[in-house]
Design a protein around this ligand. Sequence first.
Ligand code: KIV
Length: 270
Amino acid sequence: MTPEPTRPVRVPDLKAMKRRGEKIVMLTAYDASMARLLDRAGVDVLLVGDSLGMVIMGCETTLPVTMEAMLHHVRAVRRGARRALVVADMPFLSYQVSLEGAVRNAGRLIQEGGASAVKLEGGRPVLEVVRRLCDIGIPVMGHLGLVPQSVHKLGGFRPRARDEREAAQLLEEARELEAAGAFAIVLESIPADLARAVTASLEIPTIGIGAGPHCDGQVLVSYDIFGLYEGPRPPFVKQYARLGELMVEAARAYAEDVRQGRFPPPEEQA
Ligand code: KIV
């Protein structure tokens, strides 16, 4: 049963869901129409991910996404969402340059975009930023494991924390993010056992993507699950529909009607 679209999901609700053992459902959204549909389906959290650089803008990485692009899409998603919590990704260079810049940019995503929270990537190097944003009332979702904004350093979009040293560091960083005030943490492309250990050691929820079934919630890129993105699809993605194929068929049918003079219909039938 999907939840009634009445009371909006708020940041503290996610921790309460973890306590009750209720799974958190998160999907990415980039525009008002998609947000409206996912909201109607009962999705708890809409992430305006910087994955929009790849699935909307056609770039090879998320790095070219700017604050202006994020704001444009966050505003659209905000207009479409009624019940779901809207979380905005902080794009590359919007929080790494200075504390002041991070506060200003996070503030813009909340004030101008209408997001309820921001997400940013990384552990130890961003703790001060997380602490500051949380202190001034901006809820922060962390993101550990495969952090796509570091794609060049990592050498590609590869699974992370396969060895003991990196796994121990990730567990430690998750605890530090929680202590700094993060309200949830995305765990991307890490072993399921590690995700289980992190989930068990935190009071805040973990949201997994390619991190196995033991996280408190799951997130996927909506264009991947609907079959709308033709670029490489990570192996953990489950495709729930082939909307891309349906769109091609529909566009072909329309083109054929136009070329054959069947659309618009002759005036007397219109
Ligand atoms: O940008 C994004 O869509 C994300 C999710 C994949 C977690 O960060």
